[in-house]
Design a protein around this ligand. Structure first.
Ligand code: UDP
Ligand code: MG
Length: 299
């Protein structure tokens, strides 16, 4: 198997057929032995029905018991991929199969590289608030996090089996694939691309979800907020001692400052504690209800 194409789908019934036709057309006569792994992430529309209707031996379906999120869907696809090269793309036609093919060929032509990642060059079509928050995220992340991210980098990429294995070996529950790709290293070629407009349905990302995801991403690879709390604590300690020596007691202002800091510190701590707690539960990342088209002996 040359290439595994993983496609996470959540309520994409309106896009599935068009997506499949376009992909099939793009890969026609290309002599690439590929498999198409659709992960139905607990859709409550007719996504699964549409997927089952396509009669093609290249298609494999993983059906989740409920919605577990795109990260879980991508992981499931990666765990069941058989290709020497693995790729991930969206089902909503925003990622073009032609770009995928270009990325794959680029990787074949540059054997010293392990991964080709597409990144959005300009974000003109985004809401100003969304693009402001996105650029803030990259700035903050790249300043304080262990992993540096190229602004606009996406999950739309093609990579070697070795990269796939490295990612699968990372046990964390809260997964932030973009950061993980950067963390595992390897040689990456970044390729600019322009995502098409979504043809059907809406993006599953609200501003709130995006903020939460970004925050989670930073926490995944940075302990800077914890260190920051420590340093702020030391400064406040000095202020307290200075205040006490000067006045013989703590002023209201200093007390309020100390209390605010304690709340801030507890908040920061609880965010990391939540991580430890969630990881310690050791729950599965997702639950598979049904697998279709896979070689039963292997899976
Ligand atoms: N998706 C998913 N599970 C979710 C949300 C989204 O599998 O809980 C899929 C979705 O069907 C699409 C891809 O992830 O194929 C990207 O989602 P979306 O288009 O909403 O994100 P955006 O393009 O706005 O980043
Ligand atoms: Mg999309």
């Amino acid at each position: 198997m040359d290439l595994s194409i993983i496609v996470p789908c959540y309520n994409e019934a309106d896009s599935i057929e068009e997506f499949y036709d376009l992909l099939k057309e793009t890969f026609k006569n290309k002599k690439i032995d590929y498999e198409l792994i659709f992960v139905d992430d607990g859709s409550d529309d007719e996504t699964l029905k549409k997927l089952k209707e396509i009669k093609d031996k290249k298609i494999k379906i993983i059906n989740f018991s409920r919605n577990f999120g795109k990260e879980a869907a991508m992981l499931a696809g990666m765990k069941h991929a058989n290709g020497n090269y693995i790729s991930i793309m969206d089902a909503d036609l925003q990622h073009s199969p032609q770009t995928l093919l270009d990325m794959y060929n680029k990787l074949l032509d540059n054997k010293e590289f392990d991964m080709v990642a597409a990144y959005k060059e300009n974000r003109d079509d985004e809401l100003p608030l969304k693009s402001f928050l996105t650029s803030m995220f990259y700035r903050i992340n790249n300043r304080i996090s262990e992993v540096k991210l190229l602004p606009g980098a996406s999950d739309f990429r093609v990579f070697k089996k070795s990269v796939n294995e490295a990612i699968i070996s990372m046990p964390e529950r809260r997964r932030f694939l973009k950061g993980m790709f950067s963390w595992v290293g390897f040689n990456t070629i970044y390729m600019p691309y322009k995502p098409s407009k979504r043809l059907h349905g809406n993006s599953k990302w609200s501003i709130y979800k995006l903020l939460k995801y970004s925050f989670d991403g930073i926490i995944s690879f940075s302990t800077f907020p914890l260190r920051l709390s420590f340093f702020v604590g030391v400064i406040i300690l000095f202020i307290g001692v200075f205040n006490f020596l000067l006045m013989g007691h703590l002023s209201h202002r200093t007390i309020i400052l100390i209390l605010s800091f304690i709340m801030f510190f507890l908040g920061t701590l609880s965010i990391y504690l939540k991580r430890v707690y969630c990881d310690s539960l050791n729950r599965p990342y997702y639950i598979i209800k049904e697998m279709i088209g896979f070689d039963t002996k292997k899976n």
